[in-house]
Design a protein around this ligand. Sequence first.
Ligand SMILES: *Cc1c(COP(=O)(O)O)cnc(C)c1O
Length: 465
Amino acid sequence: MTGASNRYPTRDLQARDAAHHIHPFTDTGALNREGPRIITSADGAWLTDSDGKRYLDGMAGLWCCQVGHGRQEIADAVHRQMCELEYYNTFFKTSHPPAVALAEKLAELTPPQFNRVFFTSSGSEANDTVFRMVRAYWDKMGQPEKKTIIGRWNGYHGSTLAGTSLGGMKGMHEQGDLPVPGVHHIAQPYWFGEGGDMSEEEFGLWAARELERAIDEIGEDKVAAFIAEPIQGAGGVIIPPQSYWPEVSRICKERGILLVVDEVICGFGRLGTWFGSDYYGLEPDLMPIAKGLSSGYLPIGGVMVSDRVASVFIDQAGDFHHGFTYSGHPACCAAALANLEIMQREKLVERVADDIGPYLQAKWTGLADHPLVGEARMVGLVGALELVPAKGDRSRAFEPAGDVGTLCRDLSFDNGLVMRAVRDSMIISPPLVLTHEEADLLVERTAKTLDDTYAVLKRDGRLAA
Ligand SMILES: *Cc1c(COP(=O)(O)O)cnc(C)c1O
């Protein structure tokens, strides 16, 4: 794909964008002065912009493009579906073949307790569904006072009211008086940033037991569920200490609360297993999914519903008063099915576990030797670098937070690599089809970007003496 259909010069597109387009998670005024990069085509792990510059897509779009860009096979499957049945709903006693086939496929790929899915168009809608389903479940169980959902500070569960509330992003909460009532947040298992003098193991247990302390404080009879990402993505690729998840699992089981594992990023091979729950040996009751489900080719998400939860909805008469016009959209289901077909045929999950994952991890963790890097971490194909002013001292961070990350991200684009900055951590989450040569290039360009960032900071006297 060449982007050949774009007939407009970059400046013209930027001016029209500035005049009419409000971007997500963006300071629109600042963007309008600078002008956005215009991406016109993509292929495999590569993006091309409107000036013909090529970038290695180290973020797989937005954590989603598992099979790489430009797969004709997915476009063809969607085209065929659109010609046959472009749209019909799944509300009023109707279904259609692609929704049936995808639901069945998901039951096969997910952990054994999952045999049913509720379809949405996004991860945020999946978490709104979780919010309502969890409360409806306890209602049906005769415990309507079990309403509070516990999430984590700096967790991310989307941008709708429920998603923002369940998530723990303070900047998001401040806009719109969130969270909504009935949500409680506990500490995140972020050892590098918040572990203090504790060892990783100790800190992991401490962070997990924050859940137990919160349940005691709120009252077990009032807590409905705990929601968390296996590895926090948008929060900065925070990989919990090994001691964390077993303790959280124990607490959820002993205290009779539902465990919701948000698999929107970790699902579909990102960690070298089909789901993050497989990687950590978790047994969730509900599992929101999106992103890698369709590799982003069309918007689709869902909630995997365990037999424990589903049986209550199925055995008791009465509607679940919830759904979306596009729940199980046929063309989106067709895209997801074609995407999963590629993932299975090309054994992409196994490839992340045995081949490209270990290959990139070895090189990526080697970046920890750079004077600007406090920690280099990666599981499967998702990783982060912590940029620090004083190597070897976790207590010191750049101030104000985020400037150095933004600088590094901009320099990375100049070097033809898309990385994302979360505060002063640099994040990558490349397509699962990344080749060895592309992995080499990714690490080379990252190293060059770190050198460039270091040079600017040194020039400006922003490094510790
Ligand atoms: C991206 C994301 C979401 C939200 O998904 P959208 O499709 O953007 O609504 C929810 N949870 C996690 C963990 C995510 O990374």
